[in-house]
Design a protein around this ligand. Sequence first.
Ligand code: ZN
Length: 425
Amino acid sequence: MVTFSQSDIDALGARAEAMVKSLGTISAEPDRLVRLFLTPEHRRAADRVADWMREVGLEISEDALGTVRGRYRAAGEDAGQNTAKRLLIGSHIDTVIDAGMYDGPFGVIAGILAVEHFAKGGRRLPFGIDVLAFGDEEGSRFPATLASSSACAGIFKPENLQLADRNGVTLADAITAYGKSPADISAAAYAREEAAAYVEVHIEQGPVLETRNQPLGVVTAIIGQTYLNIEFLGEAGHAGTVPMLLRRDALAGAAEAMLLGETLARDTKGEVVATVGRIAVAPGATNVIPANVVVIFDIRSGSEAGRARLVDALKSGVRAIADKRHLGLTITSTREVATTPCHPAVQDGFASAIGALGAEPLRLGSGAGHDGQAMARLCPIGMLFVRCRGGISHNPMEYTSPRDLGVAVAALIGFIERFDPGTLG
Ligand SMILES: [Zn+2]
């Protein structure tokens, strides 16, 4: 097992930060970071990543959705051969609109720097490594997400080719404009026996690690999610003439529902979180009693049972509120994503690599979605989280210190050294 001095870690961190900043300059707009799937910016970022991969000795290929793969052959595997099991290490190089620089790119960079550690010493491992740079994690261009990792996992939905972006360009047309062919998407899929595991290093995008004063965390699961679309139907009326007791105010009902959701989630003591980030009020005039209000609850938990319990309690509570206030009610679930557990052996591998660096291997759930949700359909997955300042993400203020970046790369190297496909069952 390699040991890292503080200056080794600082050197890794400085390189990682320089690479993050380099990708951060590739944007569709001069004043903010915007890098969408299958755009000229995606092309430029993919080319830069491929150059880095080549420099550290990886063999490059690119699939029909523009995912860049850098392959590090296993011991005894000849060039162009594909005989060994592979550890897949990936993340995404697309961004949200007005993004930070770390969300996604750092995971790809960590993979490249970790493989460089082995390549530099000419050390081949009993398994191959593929570093993957996906282009569609954020879903900022098309009304679907994880196209790239779904293709690698062999679960790409061909009907998504007809989805159009804001300008009416379909995914199929965008793939062609990128110089690829939709007909080749199926060739992007890994065979099950080929993929030993998928791991991803990612900034936490939340405040837990910072609060606990730890640079790294082991992800236990990518948490499941329900969107509940709740519509209250009341009656519009004059804000001056209709007496309070005769009103059917849809917004007052929605407000009660929102507070109920907050109370129910708080009562789970951290197991479930529930948010309303958007409401629509009609007719939406100062002097008119609201007749129609839609609130969308975003409910997430690492526990399938916990999320189901909260959804049930919220639905029955909302029905009672609507009855009491004589409001019409429709409840629709518009999104159901199951929890994706991280494999216990992968978690333990990250935990022991973190422990070897003298940090505490804290375990936590991921409240955000990730490519691992698609890759889990192919093979066992795991994630390593890195502390980010203030838990801020999807924001140009996003920041992780170079020292934490360095520790994360060192932990990934330690994970690879301990990795044994045989323990994954
Ligand atoms: Zn991300």
